[in-house]
Design a protein around this ligand. Structure first.
Ligand code: HEM
Length: 203
């Protein structure tokens, strides 16, 4: 199973690059529909969210399979998710705002869904910077505490999606349900049930 890791990493690289290549193809083909900017934002935003959820799925998966490989893939997946977020944010800054800091400030104040998306992006920035082993060693226990920001960032991302859509909220609701399930799976249920059993046998 250990020998699988390079293959799994190659699959993650492929999984991260393939949607971008697909998008590049559509851009080159001028096949982005009647609202190209929106198409670009939707595409990159959805992939950012999907990859963020896949990153969060790695810990429950490790518990399910009892192997370390999912954890060894987590950093790469998280960085891919962040790369999509940066592309998504850049498209908005370039085409919606034309690089205007004043327009950004205005949107952050007036549009709650932009505030939520930006919060997610900002919360994940220190995680992306400190994702290396060097930072992990330097920060020790604080690294783990810092990296818990991912839960809040994921919540903000789902809110951004839910508040951003105008009509049918079924997709954001589905993503919110998946996120809730992933967070519930991370809770130390076994430790708690053992503690309850111990307390019951004492009393
Ligand atoms: C950095 C700050 C961000 C800004 C300024 C931003 C901006 C936008 C904009 C303008 C749209 C299109 C809304 C529309 O035309 O209806 C959008 C959609 C979306 N964004 Fe973001 N976003 C940000 C961060 C994020 C992050 C961090 C994620 C995910 C982790 C994300 C995921 C999405 C999704 C899923 C959609 C909707 C796609 C759909 O409706 O199918 N965004 N965002």
């Amino acid at each position: 199973m250990r020998g699988w890791l390079p293959w799994l990493k190659a699959a993650v690289w492929l999984g991260g690059l393939a949607p971008l290549a697909w998008l590049g193809w559509r851009v080159a083909d001028a096949d982005l529909g009647p609202n190209p900017v929106q198409t670009l934002e939707y595409f990159t935003g959805r992939w950012a969210l999907r990859l963020l959820l896949v990153t969060l799925a790695m810990t429950p998966l490790r518990l399910a399979v009892g192997r370390p490989q999912p954890i060894q893939l987590r950093r790469l997946l998280g960085l891919w998710a962040y790369a999509y977020m940066c592309v998504h944010f850049s498209i908005y800054l370039t085409f919606d705002l034309e690089f205007s800091p004043a327009k950004l400030a205005d949107d952050l104040v007036k549009r709650a869904f932009i505030t939520a998306g930006f919060t997610c992006w900002l919360l994940l920035l220190p995680l992306a910077i400190t994702s290396t082993q060097g930072w992990q060693r330097r920060l020790k226990r604080r690294w783990r505490v810092l990296h818990r920001l991912i839960y809040f960032a994921a919540g903000a991302a789902v809110l951004h999606y839910g508040w951003g859509v105008k009509k049918d909220r079924s997709w954001p609701l589905l993503y919110a349900t998946v996120l809730a399930a992933l967070l519930l799976l991370r809770l130390p249920w076994k430790r708690w049930s053992r503690a309850i059993l111990r307390a019951q046998t004492i009393t």
